[in-house]
Design a protein around this ligand. Sequence first.
Ligand code: NAP
Ligand code: HSE
Length: 429
Amino acid sequence: MEKETLKVGLLGLGTVGSGVMNILQMNGEQVRSRAGISIVVKKILVRDLKKERAVEVDPSLLTTDAAEILQDPEIDVIIELMGGLAVRQYVEEALRLKKFVITANKDLMATAGAPLLRLARDNGRNIYYEASVGGGIPLIRPLKHSLGANRILRLVGIINGTTNYILTRMDLENMEFADALAEAQARGFAEQDPGNDLEGIDAAYKLCILAGLAFNSQVHFDTVNVEGISNIKQRDILYARELGFTVKLLAIGEEKAEGLALRVHPALVPLTHPLAGVLYENNALYVEGNAVGEVMFYGPGAGAMPTGSSVVADLIDVARNINHQVENGIMETDFLDKKVVPLEELESAFYLRLLAADQPGVFAGLANAFSKEKVSLDMIIQKRSREGEAEIVLVTHPEKEKNFNAALTHIQKFSGIKAIKSVYRVIRK
Ligand code: NAP
Ligand code: HSE
């Protein structure tokens, strides 16, 4: 029998939770009509009952007791917006109690998605996690459904709003790293531990989720090579611009003949590349499929309302699912274990900034080190020397990472080189 009202329990009323409540208040009638049922948030779990909220809610809805929500037989749907891994026990309990789960928690879905989705299936329920990647951009559904006819070859994305916000403000407005981070936090983009954003961990979690769906595999977090942006220097951003590039934190997943290649790292992106125009908290994902060709998804990757938009869309799907208007047979990945290609074997072009003694033979020494390892140079600039020290910036052509690293080892031993200041990868397409 069809239900007349769908009762929902919300875990968390922070940035995203407030966005969800706001959307339900703002677009309630449209949501009801699309869901085919009235949706009522019956209880909301928070830590602090007295905290001022970004959205108006009836204080009697708030509780600090999770059991009040999880054990309520009237509640059919749990929306988990607390974050972190400890919340797994609530998600498991909800599924065992035959509740549907919606979450924006990439940490959880990247590290425990496979067992949780199996638990959901075993209980005849499902987990919806559109908001876990790309904020308001639809990415999970397109990968699961719209691109289902393709073998996906490659994903390249800017999938962390906080770091993109910081890099954009440093690049376009010369802002200091710490000031840009403080603004990203104030605007609700950053994780509770912003280290997850800065060190590339948040993007790596998201890459695990996307690559799992795209390559029909179980992607383990520890197989992703991760490097963040906390060491990025304003000086490198300026040089990059001079050379025709901007610096972005990229997440790249590829399925090669040898296996999967998965990495998150800052990279120089040509100013003419569409990803170069993805600014502030916006995200974008390039998907290359063997039938469709190249597709790009773009939009706000973090923040209360964009992320809330994805959560409420999931809620509409759950409601239609419960009322049998949509089948519960959502196509997930098969979570196959696939071989992963070591980073050393992948090809990359590199940007290198170093300090050298202003003396004869330095360029020859550098050229020697690179040619010994068959790394060819694409661009090289030397700035006017100061106090006998010259700053040299160069960009290589793509070569295996192990060859570039070997050349770097020769360079480090060369007496004319005083310091290697920065090394970044460069992408062309
Ligand atoms: P947030 O602002 O820190 O909100 C977390 C909420 O959970 C708060 O309301 C907090 O209660 C509550 N909470 C946390 N631990 C609790 C506990 N032990 N018991 C009871 N309540 C608890 O976080 P958020 O930015 O909304 O992020 C929520 C989730 O969405 C995370 O998984 C995050 O990765 C994901 N996400 C966030 C964004 C974004 O732009 N912010 C975008 C996409 C996905 P109090 O308010 O009382 O402290
Ligand atoms: N902290 C995340 C980001 C939130 O900045 O992208 C969105 O997932």
